[in-house]
Design a protein around this ligand. Structure first.
Ligand code: GLU
Length: 449
């Protein structure tokens, strides 16, 4: 085994039983293999090994009491991955399946994503195996208070700034922020995704979904195409998906499919503004299954989670916005057969490793999440700036900033493709190389920590 290949196998060996983390590390490693081969210093200084080892991992007990006075014991986490570019930054996920493998893959991805934004952001990720589904508001509040009772020691506007992710939205951020403020007796920008009334930034809720669609437009422009009249699939129906659909409607695309954990919807006539408003109410207020959408609109059919999935619907563009590993090799093959031209990732690592290999083989254009879904954390970065300044920016300004950042990431990818002689439209390797080089340079400059 060569010295370079040994790097990856040693990381895998050191982290047994963490398949998602192995997947994320292997993907970046494959991209930067030639960079390591031509820059001995990266190897000598063990830069990649350091990137794959979190600076700090915090795991703690979270005890809370439900509405029936029963005590529950959950596990809370914060993985502080890399602070070379700035304070640790990344979301919190509340989901019963959350574990160290998923957290470390997310924190690892965040390192490169945050670097790609060009903002001074390090990387972290955290959360809990707490399941917010079917919990009352009071239960969610008590859980968030209990989580922050421990986590506040490790958080702060110059240290580590969490935000939302799956299962954590503005409501949870409010309870977490309120608890932090109570403990510290200080109103500081220690968490992003706050409501705009109380220190949040305009456009933060929309940012990931909008940014994704901007990025898709920039890619399509490369082949003299636009989103107009393109038939699109957007998996999921949470925050990222809803705003991706909203931007797609603005860009005159037709969204014919979306999903949730209960199944998927095929709406042959496409989602319109009225239907999207209904969907938002269904998911955000009533917190019910998307099945209700098909009951309301006759052009839509609901398919229960089972043999087929959303990727069986023929489309031009697919936006996986639900969760990791939601699209596999056979899904990509079917999409391809049905004429797909673009996959852009709104979720983190939604394609399995064989699915990515299939995409690369097929020539379908592909935007990896690190680049395509970076709009969310980018606007979080600007929320931090506004918190420090104590001044808040208009919607117009935020829209402009988001577009500028997404455009900057796209340009950086094109520049990296050129500089490294990658094949045309190879955004996967470009994003990995560009993110890696930024973080690697910052780490080397700061010594062997
Ligand atoms: N959870 C989001 C992500 O995966 C946003 C993180 C943030 O705003 O800090 O990038």
């Amino acid at each position: 085994m060569s010295q370079i290949d040994y790097v990856l196998s040693a990381i895998k060996e050191k982290n047994p039983g963490q398949p998602e983390f192995h997947q994320a590390v292997s993907e970046v490693f494959d991209s930067i293999h030639p960079i390591l081969a031509s820059n001995k210093r990266y190897l000598d200084e063990k830069v990649f090994e350091r990137m794959a080892e979190p600076e700090r991992v915090i795991s703690f007990r979270v005890c809370w009491t439900d509405d029936n006075n029963e005590i529950h014991v959950n596990r809370g986490y914060r993985v502080q991955m890399n602070s070379a570019m700035g304070p640790y930054k990344g979301g919190l996920r509340f989901h019963p399946t959350l574990n160290m493998s998923i957290l470390k893959f997310l924190a690892f991805e965040q390192t490169f994503k945050n670097a790609l934004t060009g903002l001074p952001l390090g990387a972290g990720k955290g959360g809990s195996d707490f399941d917010p589904k079917h919990k009352s508001d009071r239960e969610i509040m008590r859980f968030c208070q209990a989580w922050m009772m421990e986590a506040h020691r490790h958080i702060g506007h110059f240290t580590d700034i969490p935000a939302g992710d799956i299962g954590v939205g503005e409501k949870e951020i409010g309870y977490l922020f309120g608890t932090f403020k109570k403990i510290k007796n200080e109103f500081q920008g220690s968490i992003t995704g706050k409501g705009p009334l109380w220190g949040g930034s305009i456009l933060r809720p929309e940012a990931t979904g909008y940014g994704l669609i901007h990025f898709a437009s920039y890619i399509l422009a490369e082949i003299n195409e636009t989103l107009e009249n393109k038939v699109c699939l957007v998996s999921g129906s949470g925050n990222v998906s809803q705003f991706a659909m909203e931007k797609l409607l603005e860009d005159k695309a037709t969204v014919v499919g979306f999903s949730d954990s209960t199944g998927y919807i095929h709406d042959e006539e496409g989602v319109d503004w009225h239907k999207l408003a209904f969907l938002k109410e269904l998911k955000n207020v009533k917190r019910e299954s998307i099945e209700g959408y098909a009951e309301k609109f006759p052009s839509a059919t609901f398919y229960k989670t089972g043999e087929t999935n959303i990727w069986s619907i023929p489309a031009d563009c697919a936006f996986p916005c639900a969760t990791q590993n939601e699209m596999d090799e056979k899904d990509v093959k079917l999409l391809e057969k049905n004429g797909l031209i673009l996959i852009a990732e709104g979720a983190n690592m939604p394609l399995t490793d064989p699915a990515i290999k299939e995409v690369q083989r097929s020539g379908v254009m592909y935007a990896p999440g690190k680049a395509a879904n970076a709009g969310g954390v980018a606007i979080s970065g600007l929320e931090m700036t506004q918190n420090r300044l104590g001044r808040y920016w208009s919607r117009e300004r935020m829209e402009k900033e988001l577009k500028l950042i997404m455009h900057g990431i796209h340009e950086k990818c094109l520049e990296t493709i050129k500089k490294n002689d990658l094949i045309a439209h190879d955004y996967l390797n470009a994003a990995n190389i560009a993110g890696f080089e930024r973080v690697a340079k910052a780490m080397l400059a700061q010594g062997s920590w």
